[in-house]
Design a protein around this ligand. Sequence first.
Ligand code: HEC
Length: 90
Amino acid sequence: MRTAALVAALAITAAAAPPAVAQAPDGAAAYAEACASCHRTPARFMRRYLDMTPEQRQAELDRFLVGHHAPDAAKRAAIVAWLEANHTRR
Ligand code: HEC
């Protein structure tokens, strides 16, 4: 009996845990796959975006990347979010 209760408790815990696989594409991984072969790091190309507001920058990057190696909307959004979070400081 006690074992059954323990098993049930564990099953509930496991079911409540977040899924192990990410739902949205990972920006760092998408960058590595789509961009890193030509841009080892984003540092250089991000310089010209640093003086923009976050809204302007994200809109500009999104617009540019549609025709520049990131046609997939979900991956593009993940890359833009990753750039914003990690590569907007001088
Ligand atoms: C096949 C090589 C290649 C790949 C892959 C590539 N780029 Fe580029 N990218 C370039 C080159 C070359 C330039 C410089 C073009 C220029 O000077 O106008 C550039 C320029 C840029 C710029 C600057 C645009 C500007 O107006 O100055 C950004 C931002 C950029 N790339 C982001 C990315 C991102 C993000 C990815 C991945 C989704 C990516 N690139 C993939 C070759 C590449």
